[in-house]
Design a protein around this ligand. Structure first.
Ligand SMILES: [Zn+2]
Ligand SMILES: [Zn+2]
Length: 249
């Protein structure tokens, strides 16, 4: 074991003695060498999306819908093609997967950034391939939500991804003009609510029309929000558009 790792282990041991860690999700004592905020039992229960899924929206497609094509696309995406070229969600929005998102959203838990980076690196290496050589653009949150929460959860996730991916940086190219929350609205109302509320600034440093842009959000339920972000960016001349969300469903 390298000297640095030994020192890190010892430092974590001291921290554990002084400030025993409790899991952010279930409140049980956290074990393990990684200084994280989730216990191993919760980490084991994360419902990662594995196997056959839609190339665009990540909808899990059991064996029945395998078409033999390299890029499997679900019926809904075929009927309503989105503005983005590919999409990826990491886990299903249920159980611990949902709990992590809600904690990030409503419990002032931007400290989960390191845990998310560690989880993705260890259990979802696909992300590193998907997001490399990209500009990571967080879905914006309304000004009031940002002030209330102190941070934008999509931006926290984007920085977590940037930590583990080669040659990716976070660029806040989108801004919300919206004052209301989307959470409690129905699908049709969401579309109406978000239309015209996002604006794009194209003068960010290092951004060119050919840049691979990955829109980052916490959860994709109907895909409406991320798709609207892509529509705005396409209108501004960007075509290499992709979408990454932590949770799906
Ligand atoms: Zn736990
Ligand atoms: Zn789909």
């Amino acid at each position: 074991m390298k000297c640095f790792e030994k020192a890190k282990k010892f430092f974590n041991f001291i921290l554990d003695c002084l400030f025993p860690r409790c899991c952010t999700i279930c409140n049980r004592k956290v074990d393990g060498d990684d200084y994280c905020n989730l216990c191993s039992s919760c980490i084991e229960k994360i419902p990662w999306i594995r196997g056959n899924k839609c190339y665009l929206c990540s909808r899990p497609l059991g064996d029945t819908e395998v078409s033999g094509e390299e890029k499997t696309i679900c019926a809904e995406c075929k009927a309503n093609p989105p503005y983005f070229k590919s999409g990826m969600s990491c886990w299903l929005h249920k159980g611990v997967g949902r709990d992590i998102i809600l904690t990030l959203k409503y419990r002032n838990a931007d400290f989960l950034k390191n845990d998310i980076a560690m989880l993705l690196k260890r259990y979802c290496g696909e992300v590193c391939e998907f997001a490399k050589d990209s500009l990571l653009v967080p879905v914006p949150t309304s000004y009031f939500r940002r002030v209330k929460r102190g941070y934008n959860q999509a931006e926290v996730i984007a920085y977590a991804v940037a930590k583990i991916v080669n040659n990716a940086s976070v660029v806040n190219m989108l801004r919300s003009k919206n004052k209301k929350s989307q959470t409690k609205l129905k699908r049709d109302d969401r579309l109406l609510n978000i239309k015209g509320t996002i604006e794009c600034s194209t003068d960010s440093e290092g951004v060119s029309q050919d840049s691979r842009i990955v829109i980052v959000d916490d959860v994709s339920t109907t895909g409406t929000t991320v798709n609207e972000c892509c529509r705005i960016l396409q209108g501004a001349g960007f075509n290499n558009l992709h979408v990454l969300t932590l949770s799906y469903g």
